[in-house]
Each structure stands twice: as C-alpha cells, then as structure tokens.
Design a protein around this ligand. Structure first.
Ligand code: NAD
Length: 317
C-alpha cells in the first residue's frame, strides 16, 4: 500500500485528492493549518488509512515511516485569500515548499507541487504552453501569489537537478466543483451564490475577459496521472474550452432558474484578460484530456452541493 502525504489536504482541491487517493488504496497523511481549508471538507474521510495532522508546513515536517508520494497543495489560492494573507502566501510558497521537498528527499518519495497558470501572469501568448515564461508584475498586489509559485517551481527544479529528488510540477488552471467556498471570490462560486439568492450577478469589467474552467474530477485524474509518470518539467492541467465571464454568468442564471440581473463592476488590478491552457503536453505525456464540459460540471456542482453550502450559510463553507 503506497503512503502519501498531502499538504493543504483540508482545502478544496486537497480534499478531493485525499478522497481519490484513499479510494485507490493509499494510506494518506493530510497536513493542513486550516488557514483557508476546513475540517468540514474532510469530515467524510473517516478511514483507518486517513490521518489528519494540523500543521503549518512553513515549519519542519516530520512523518513516521515510509512515504512514497508528497503532494504539496498548501497555499492560499483565491485572490481574496492571498491578498488578505500576503506574507503567509509567500512563506508557504518558499519555506513550505522547502520543507515539503525536504520530506520528499528524506523519504525518497516522488514530489508533486501544485503550481498555477498565474505563473504566466497576463499572458502575451494564447493559449499558454508550458514554454511561455509569463508576464508577471512582481510588485503588484497579486505578485505575492504569482512569485511564490514561480519561486516554488524554481526550488522544485533545483531539488530535482542538484539533490536528485523525483519531482513533478502541475500548472493548474481554474478549477471548480463541490467544496469551493461560497465567498472565496472566484467567479463560479460567486455567480452561483448570487443566482441562488436572486441577487445581482457581479461581472467585472465588460465580462469580455475569458477563462477556461476545469471540473475538479478531471483535474484530479490529470494530477494523479502526472504523479505516476516520470515527467519532471511543468505540465498544464485545465480545460481548454474558453468562455467569457458574461457567458458564464448567463449559463449560471439559466441553470439555476434565477431571476438575478447581471451588473458590471470595476476590473481588479492586474486581472488577466484571457486564460486558456495549451494541454498538448498533458495529452501526449499522460493521455489526459478533460471529459466534463462546463454545462455538465455546473449541473453536477448544483446537484452535489446543498443550497446552504452554495450560499455560504453553513459553518466551514
Ligand atoms: P484552498 O485554499 O481550498 O486549499 C489550500 C489549503 O492549504 C487550505 O486547506 C489551507 O488551510 C492550506 N494551507 C495554507 N497555508 C498552509 C500552511 N502554511 N500549512 C499548512 N496548510 C496550509 O485552495 P485550493 O483551491 O484547494 O488550492 C490548492 C492548491 O492548488 C494551491 O496550492 C493553489 O495554489 C493551487 N491551485 C488551485 C487552483 C484552483 O482553481 N483551485 C488553480 C491553480 C492552482
């Protein structure tokens, strides 16, 4: 039975990853300081093979026994969180990544770090291949997240090249699904919450900026395939189907049968205009591609979540 450590395992993506790993027969250590995650996300994972440890990974990590995989997912991830927690975001990308890599080195485990399409910043190439070096403003408010993730990638490659650690880097594009927080500020949970409460749907700018949205089950399948591969260079995982934020808002209104009107608000600073992954590498190296289209994924999200979760009216949501 493989033993796997998931940092940030009580978060949105980490909890889905823990769930999938347990189902695949792994023994899972979930480490989380609960800064932006919640015990509610892992309450259903009562299993002899599942251990939760409340731990801040910016400090030394100690796990007894053998470890085969380390998945490093700990980090504030939504703009609302990393703008509120700028120093924690920089620390978990730097010290946290260092400690998680140190654990992987000590245990001779395969290490996979959750990077992000934000390393491309406001991209000048569309769609974005992994070879794109990015257009990031290091001193803008979002720099704390973008640069932490770029540093984490640099440290991961240094541990691979100089220390011989078996490493992988996934660049995650916008992902959605059950257990996103209703108030995390990202477009899908915000629009769904507003639509269910028949409140105005707040679209930034003209809503012409595009995003691609990957359903969480597809993302986790891609990440596990990458972990089990021998690849070391970054791999984009995301759904290349592109929608404008206005199209997304209209789809959410339709699927929820809401009477909400769509209103337009000022664009946040350095908000990227367009985002779409080039997934050629994921397809060629891993045989991976998304299977859930946006309309189906939104329907699943609405079916699999309670109204209280989607409107943020329960503790931990
Ligand atoms: P999340 O906020 O739900 O999960 C992050 C988890 O990390 C939380 O449970 C939080 O408590 C934990 N954490 C933060 N700092 C910690 C620390 N110092 N020690 C221990 N735990 C800590 O966010 P998410 O959406 O699940 O994102 C998970 C990872 O995936 C992040 O690294 C994020 O950057 C990356 N990512 C996510 C997306 C997305 O669309 N959700 C896109 C790109 C990258």
């Amino acid at each position: 039975m493989p033993t796997t450590v998931v940092t940030g395992g009580a978060g949105f993506l980490g909890s889905h990853l823990c769930e999938r790993l347990l189902a695949a027969g792994h023994k899972v250590w979930c480490l989380d300081n609960l800064d932006t995650g919640s015990l509610t996300n892992i309450a259903h994972l009562r299993d002899d093979n599942f251990s939760f440890v409340q731990h801040d990974v910016t400090t030394h990590i100690e796990i007894p026994g053998d470890v085969d995989f380390v998945f490093h997912f700990a980090s504030p991830a939504s703009p609302i969180d990393y703008l509120r927690l700028p120093l924690q975001t920089l620390k978990v990308g730097s010290y946290g990544t260092h400690n998680a890599l140190g654990l992987a080195k000590a245990k001779r485990a395969r290490f996979l770090t959750a990077s992000t399409r934000e390393v491309y910043g406001d991209p000048q190439i569309h769609p974005q291949p992994e070879s794109n070096r990015g257009n990031v403003n290091p001193i803008g408010p979002r720099g704390v997240y973008d640069e932490a993730k770029r540093y984490a990638e640099a440290m991961t490659m240094a541990y691979h090249r100089q220390q011989g650690v078996d490493t992988a880097i996934v660049r995650i594009f916008n992902t959605y699904g059950p257990r996103m927080r209703a108030f995390d500020g990202r477009a899908i949970p915000t629009f769904v919450r507003q639509a269910l409460e028949n409140k105005p749907i707040t679209v930034f700018g003209t809503g012409a900026q595009t995003r691609s949205f990957c359903y969480v089950d597809d993302l986790i399948t891609g990440i596990i395939a990458l972990a089990f591969s021998t690849e070391h260079e970054p791999v984009n995982i995301g759904n290349p189907e592109e929608f404008t934020l206005l199209e997304l808002a209209e789809m959410v209104v339709e699927l929820t049968g809401s009477s909400s009107e769509i209103v337009f608000e000022a664009l946040p600073v350095n908000d990227p205009q367009q985002r779409r992954p080039d997934i050629t590498r994921a397809t060629e190296l891993l045989g991976w591609g998304p299977t859930v289209q946006l309309r189906d994924g939104l329907t699943r999200l609405l079916d699999q979540s309670s109204r209280a979760e989607l409107t943020g009216r329960i503790v931990g949501a």
